[in-house]
Ligand binder design. Sequence first.
Ligand code: G3P
Length: 214
Amino acid sequence: MFFIDSANLDEIRSAVDLGLVSGVTTNPTLISRSGRKHDDVIREICSIVHGPVSAEVVSLTSSEMVDEGLRLSSIAKNVVVKLPCTQDGIKAASKLKAHGCMVNITLCFSAAQAVLAASVGADFVSPFIGRLDDIGHQGVLLIDEIAQLYENRYETKILSASIRSVEHVLTSLKLGAHVVTVPIKILKQMFEHPLTDKGLEIFMRDYKEARYGR
Ligand code: G3P
C-alpha cells in the first residue's frame, strides 16, 4: 500500500489520479514548502484523499499536543494526528486514542521507540529509514526488526518513511512494512524501465506497419 509524502496539492492530485495512493503523510517542513496555512492545506488534502492523512502537531508538551491533536482531528474524519516519539508525544498519543483519534508516531529511529508506539495503540508508526542511512546505518533493517517485534502482538501499522529510492520501497515491503509513504519523484521512478519503452515503441511500429503497410 502506498501513501504520498507531500503537502503539494498538485502532486497529491496526480498521485491519486494514478489510482495508486490511498493516504498522505505531511510534516511541518512539507507544509511550510506549500507557503499556505497548515489547517487549510490539511483540509484541502482531506477533500482529495479519503484515506488517512497525517497532520503533525507542532506543540512540545503533551497537554498542548492533545489540544492541537483534537483541533487537527476536527478538520476531517480521515485526519491522523502525527506525534513525535518523545515522552510527551507518547503520552499525548495515549490520550488522543482515548478520545477516538487516529495517531501516527513519527521520528521513529529505533525498535524500542516502535514498541512504545504500539503499546499505546498507535494506528501507525513511522520509521525514518532514509535519515538512518544518512548517519551510516542501514535504515531498512529497522523495518525488519519492528516487523519481527510486532508480529501477532500489535495492531500498529508500520509506515516506512523518509524514502529516498525505489530500493527503499521494495525492501521496506519485503521486510514487513504495511505502508510505504513515497515522494512523488520515487513513485514515478517505479514506472521506469527501458525495455517497457522499447517494447511499446516496437508494438506501435508493428501495429502501424500491419495496418498501413511499410
Ligand atoms: O514524512 C516524513 C518523512 O518521510 C521525511 O522524509 O526525506 O525529510 O527524511 P525526509
